[in-house]
Unconditional design. Sequence first.
Length: 281
Amino acid sequence: MRKSRSWSLHRVVAALLPLALAAIAGPARADVSVSVAGNTATAQISLAGGVGADFTLTFPNAQNLSATSVGIGASLVNPLDATLLARLPTGASLAVPAAFPVLISVSPPVLGGLSFTNGASVEIHTHNLTFTQGSPFRIYKAPAGGKFYDITGEVASGSVRTRGTTGGFSDFLILVDTGSYADGAEDKFDYLAARVDTSAVSSTARAALLADLASSRDAFEDDDYALASTRLDTFRSHLQGYAGNGVPNVWRAARDLDNIAGDLLAESASLQFTLGRLASQ
């Protein structure tokens, strides 16, 4: 039988309130310093009130990657802003942590020519949050002005490092997520199936990948999370083979291509994280 998380959203948010008033005053732009080494771009972010983070993007094989072509910015947000909250999943147990109310935006300029294949790794590392075992912090992503969704692949100490993968950009938040793991897994299975089931994916790849997802979901519905994860490994292995050969896998600054493989790799990795949490309960 599935178990729900024991974290209290109100308790977590209350513990993070000291910096809330600074954020409520309105958006404040960050001092962002970007450096590039190889296929990795790192942004050092500094905001009012001692709020700061290191934001890292690591690409498998980026083209035209530079400090200016990646287009990284950040700002403080109001954790209670109605417009921002409307971008969060409906009915989810989510909150913006008052100790780190930071929206990080990645909007590569078209003329910068940035491009990459498959998924880029994302890490937000901040000392403004405290890591605990079973941490409720998650990294969420949204298209500009669009709905946020969970891409968390790992939450680690130091003080908090949230990691995930993305097939594109542009907005990222760390959120406190105290919702059901099982509900989160259902949402991710739904997302993956919808992203695969499109005419942009070849019929051969689509049939194979949907079958893999259905097999994994069957095990999940039987509460066999270890088997569901193993079967999701098969999905990811097949996806790697079809990427660029039946499943579009390129993102570029012109925004004229749909990096389906990148999104599938990102969300399946996040589903693996959720299945791991379920298995450990």
